[in-house]
Design a protein around this ligand. Sequence first.
Ligand SMILES: *Cc1c(COP(=O)(O)O)cnc(C)c1O
Length: 373
Amino acid sequence: MANADHPFLHLAAPQIAGLTPYIPGKPVSELERELGIRDAVKLASNENPLGCGEAARAAYLAAAAELARYPDGGAFALRGAIAEHHGVDAAQVTVGNGSNDVLDLVARTFLGPGLDSVFSEHAFAVYPIATQAVGATARVAPARDYGHDLDAMAALVSARTRVVWIANPNNPTGTWVAAEPLRAFIAALPAHVIAVVDEAYFEYVEAPDYPDAGAWLADCPNLIVTRTFAKVHGLAALRVGYGLSHPAVAELLNRVRAPFNVNAPAQAAAVAALGDAEHVARSVAHNRTERARLAAGLAELGLDVIPSVCNFVTVDLGRPVGFVDQALLRRGVICRPVANYGLPNHLRISVGLAHENDRLLAALAAVLAEPAA
Ligand SMILES: *Cc1c(COP(=O)(O)O)cnc(C)c1O
């Protein structure tokens, strides 16, 4: 519904009236219904094509025995497992209904009218939404080579800034920031600014100077690091993620957190997933091979691919992607246009199973060969 003719717009809080909603990937079931097909391929939401590990699935199924009970509101076992995994204290862990929830908690805790958050052009779409939803102002720094320009971001920090969001690596560009410049950037921030380093794709990154920002927590009291179980752990459906921070920051985040924000099957599956290093390794290995093959296939079609360390690649079609995206959908392949990220000519393609990536490459080759393309 267009904002202008929305019947309740005048009732919404002013910061909500101007908000553009997040656009999720089209569900496979919906496209299959529309086309009357059964083999649609979804490469639109950066999910793990291998699914979750066996241990996580078993823990999830076992949790079905206790569905009448509220979950542990303090997520004792999960926070303990996360703390052990990172070598931090459980008091430093804030659990979320997806890491998206933690990002929202940060905005609700530290931002509000008259205050700013700073992030990069082409950065993850949740930062502007979380900022604007609480009436704060987004300051967007121009990107450099599609990635974060930390100097440009630092230049936007003012007395009104409370949060700086850094997606490392970034979605939808697949770019990343190296340890040394990121650490220097965080260290140079004024004491009234919280740095959020969003590491949703951490496990996939194999660049040698890519940092584990959680290791800096002892020296950086203003740092919050977020992680998710939705990507490499293959638990996107369960919505579970977390933040790591100074315990006093976690205590503030927990004041606004809904008491049962992470459900019981999600807590159980996440604990099991954290202990399943084999599944993570298998998923990363699959991604390494298939991402390279996908990127090479796209380059063979004459397309520029932004070098990615993630489980997706973003490709430049050289013109607005609407026609190509629609033509791919008609062939049963769902990708993600990223015009809402300021990239109208780019299409983001998640790394799928080998046959799914082949389907995409063949469909795209056919579409690009069509006269109207
Ligand atoms: C997918 C993603 C998230 C994680 O979202 P969840 O709410 O944990 O599913 C966070 N940040 C970025 C950059 C992402 O791409």
